[in-house]
Design a protein around this ligand. Structure first.
Ligand code: TZP
Ligand code: MG
Length: 213
């Protein structure tokens, strides 16, 4: 059973509400969805559980209008509380098999993997997709190590589930991904920090589609 379609991974936006008023944050998310974002993850590291749930619920209402799945970063409980479409788990978060037990068969589970053994483990434990990176240095995630395009390619080829690339990506530097068998790109700053998130999403999607044409 497939909980996710490869084409939904094309342009994956991971949000960051740091320094943004809620109203501006939600507008940016909606602008990005209008611009063509195909999958959305809310990622909050500093919020209380209650505030995370409240913002996730509001974000989910918007995502539903665009028929885009909302994935919750790190937190299986928050995903359940807002009935999000899924959760994204890193190597220090809840194990994929444990999350699968809690969430059941219908929810999407994504996993961050940096090596082929991690990718195989995530797949065998029930992950639906993989996030791989950082491809370029990023200020969004501190202490992340870089992943080469070669390792990214090996990961994509090691499992039947879709994988996307993340980390410092923008419309002008994705050429390195031309031959990598990824399902899409994942960005934070390129959309969240853009003056116009609608234009930024539109241009990124166009750049990615041209790259892979
Ligand atoms: N995981 C690896 S890099 C990264 C995450 C969450 C952050 C990517 O953010 P940006 O702003 O697109 O570089
Ligand atoms: Mg995490």
């Amino acid at each position: 059973m497939s909980r996710i379609d490869r084409t939904q991974m094309k342009l994956y936006l991971v949000t960051d509400s740091t320094n943004l008023a809620e109203e501006i944050f939600l507008k940016k998310v909606e602008d990005a969805l209008r611009g063509g974002v195909t999958m959305l993850q809310i990622r909050e590291k500093d919020k209380s559980t209650r505030d995370y749930i409240e913002l996730a619920a509001k974000t989910h209402e918007i995502a539903k209008r665009y028929n885009v799945p909302l994935i919750i970063d790190d937190r299986v409980d928050v995903a359940m509380a807002v009935d999000a479409e899924g959760v994204h788990l890193g190597q220090s978060d809840m194990q994929v098999d444990k999350a699968r037990k809690i969430l059941g068969e219908k929810k999407i589970i994504g996993a961050t993997t940096k090596t082929v053994p991690q990718a195989l483990e995530a797949y065998q434990n029930g992950a639906d997709y993989l996030g791989v990176g950082a491809i370029y240095p990023t200020t969004t995630k501190v202490k992340t190590v870089l992943t080469s395009v070669e390792t990214l390619t090996d990961i994509c080829n090691s499992v039947p589930i879709p994988a996307n690339a993340i980390g410092g990506l923008n419309k002008d530097n994705i050429d390195v991904l031309k031959n990598a068998p990824i399902a899409g790109i994942c960005v934070v700053s390129a959309i969240m920090k853009a003056e116009d998130s609608y234009e930024a999403a539109k241009e990124l999607l166009k750049a990615y589609e041209e790259l892979k044409a």
